[in-house]
Design a binder for this molecule. Structure first.
Ligand code: UDX
Ligand code: UDX
Length: 463
């Protein structure tokens, strides 16, 4: 039996470890966190994160070979392998503020591991980290002089929220980076063995430490770049009567381009894309590559432009003022099937409309609690309403900000009849049947497609 510890019971630790534990019943897994209420939630029936399939796996493993605890020091002492998935937010202060990763939790965790260890261990970076962080970790961990040795491995997480469990069960690849020393190779092999319980060997890629660390940043930068690319073209489509769905389909048929991740939207969100790209930008600057830094930074700037453009289009379409108008925001989560609101474009649009003095009603099936925390500073100015019908009642406009499939199934005739006229729908996810909505009576504004509006001076769609 191997004692496996994970420090950090957030989205990453909380969704990966139960899956590994379910495939490795002979090993003992403990997930620890400094946040007591989070651990209490993991021990309860109300898990702290919503992720399809997670509840079943936690029920299956919890109390058998998976345990949650706040006793970090004791479990460090017992562990053979320690995964670290504490958060690495963007620095808000000092050198690299707004770009570099804030590594204070990481360093604190490394010191805590060192202080509480009485045996040599493998330490696995699961958090996304700047390239060469492992080196700093090795230095701290191996500065003990007490004969203990720590192998540091990089094993970045590629799972996407909403499909995390499915991604973990059937990953495209597992990436493990380690030192090319005898001890490093042995440590890598140990981690490979763990994953090989259910992942075919040819999907487990082993590389040097730095390639592994960099690959995670680059994977996210490439994914985000595709969204910014299609979103930039959506702006052009709106000016030219080209249709972004037709363009995406036409280019995506080229196998070299492929059709996935070409869905134009109000913008990308999530805890990773922006943070990881800014991290990459900072790294490039640090290594004296300003042209490379500017190239990647543009992906983030384009995303901010798209969010701003969406809100500005709402105001412009509604006769240049939304002051005092009730506007229903459908969706707070940064994407469907998650309660996560980190960097959600819905929050950016909400803030922009509040600046215009709109009256905001926000609805979402799972994310309202998180949205409420994120927008705490504006609490009194936002109404949170889980029922979309109630949210739309007496509203001038609806903005679709998360692609929850249930929003496509609503009774829009009923919604239309309860709204102030002229009624507007701004579909930031191109989720709805725009022609049908137009026929009901809505003025419809998709992303990257001509608006369907009955108002003069905005062009009338007749097809
Ligand atoms: C985070 C980052 O967003 C991601 O980029 C990185 O790869 C891993 O960490 P996530 O799991 O989604 O991913 O973050 P979060 O939900 O914030 O969880 C981190 C957890 O670590 C929190 O529960 C926090 O309480 C805990 N933590 C943080 C510790 O236990 N100890 C610390 O010193 C700091
Ligand atoms: C991402 C990566 O996909 C994952 O591999 C990595 O480990 C963490 O970051 P995640 O943030 O969970 O995962 O979500 P993802 O599905 O990638 O979506 C990110 C954002 O892009 C969402 O806001 C989503 O709505 C948006 N998006 C995605 C688009 O706007 N258009 C698309 O075509 C795809």
């Amino acid at each position: 039996m191997t004692n496996i510890l994970c420090i950090g019971a957030g989205y990453v630790g909380g969704s990966t470890m139960p899956v590994i534990a379910s495939h490795c019943p002979e090993h003992r897994f403990v997930i620890v966190d400094i946040n007591e209420s989070r651990i209490a939630a993991w021990q309860s029936d109300q898990l702290p994160i919503y992720e399809p399939g997670l509840e079943e796996i936690v029920h299956q493993t919890r109390g058998k070979n998976l345990f949650f605890s706040t006793e970090i020091n004791r479990h460090i002492a017992e562990a053979d392998i320690i995964f670290v998935s504490v958060n690495t937010p963007t620095k808000t202060f000092g050198q690299g503020a707004g770009r570099a990763a804030d590594l204070q939790f990481w360093e604190k965790t490394a010191r805590q591991i060192l202080e509480n260890s009485t045996s040599s261990k493998i330490v696995v970076e699961k958090s996304t980290l700047p390239v060469r962080t492992a080196e700093a970790m090795e230095r701290i961990l191996n500065s003990n002089g007490n004969g203990l040795y720590f192998d540091v491995l990089s094993n970045p997480e590629f799972l996407a929220e909403g499909t995390a469990i499915r991604d973990m069960q059937n990953p495209n690849r597992v990436l493990i980076g380690g030192r090319q020393t005898e001890s490093g190779r042995k440590a890598v092999e140990k981690l490979v063995e763990l994953y090989a319980h259910w992942v075919p060997r040819d999907r487990i890629i082993t590389t040097n430490l730095w390639s592994s660390e960099l690959s995670k940043l680059v994977a996210n930068a490439f994914l985000a770049q595709r969204i910014s690319s299609i979103n930039s073209i959506s702006a052009l489509c709106e000016k030219t009567e080209a249709n972004i769905s037709e363009v995406a389909n036409a280019i995506g048929r080229d196998e070299r381009i492929g059709h996935r991740f070409l869905q134009a939207s109000v913008g990308f969100g999530g805890s990773c894309f922006k943070k990881d790209i800014l991290n990459l930008v900072y790294l490039c600057e640090h290594y004296g590559l300003p042209e490379v830094a500017r190239y990647w930074e543009q992906v983030v700037l384009m995303n901010e432009f798209q969010e701003r453009r969406f809100a500005a289009n709402m105001v412009a379409s509604m006769f240049n003022t939304v002051a005092g108008k009730r506007i229903a925001l459908f969706g707070a989560a940064f994407k469907a099937n998650t309660s996560d609101t980190r960097e959600s474009p819905a929050l950016a649009v909400c803030r922009a409309l509040l600046e215009e003095k709109a009256q905001i009603v926000m609805t979402d099936p799972y994310a309202l609690e998180n949205a409420c925390q994120d927008l705490e500073d504006l609490e009194s100015r936002i109404t949170y309403e889980p029922d979309p019908y109630a949210a739309a009642k007496n509203a001038h406009a609806i903005a679709i900000l998360t692609e929850w499939p249930q929003y496509a199934e609503l009774d829009y005739e009923r919604i239309y009849s309860s709204m102030v006229k002229p009624a507007f729908i701004f579909d930031g996810r191109n989720l709805l049947d725009h022609r049908k909505l137009f026929e009901i009576g809505f003025n419809v504004y998709p992303i990257g497609k001509p608006a369907r509006t009955r108002l003069v001076n905005h062009g009338t769609e007749t097809d």
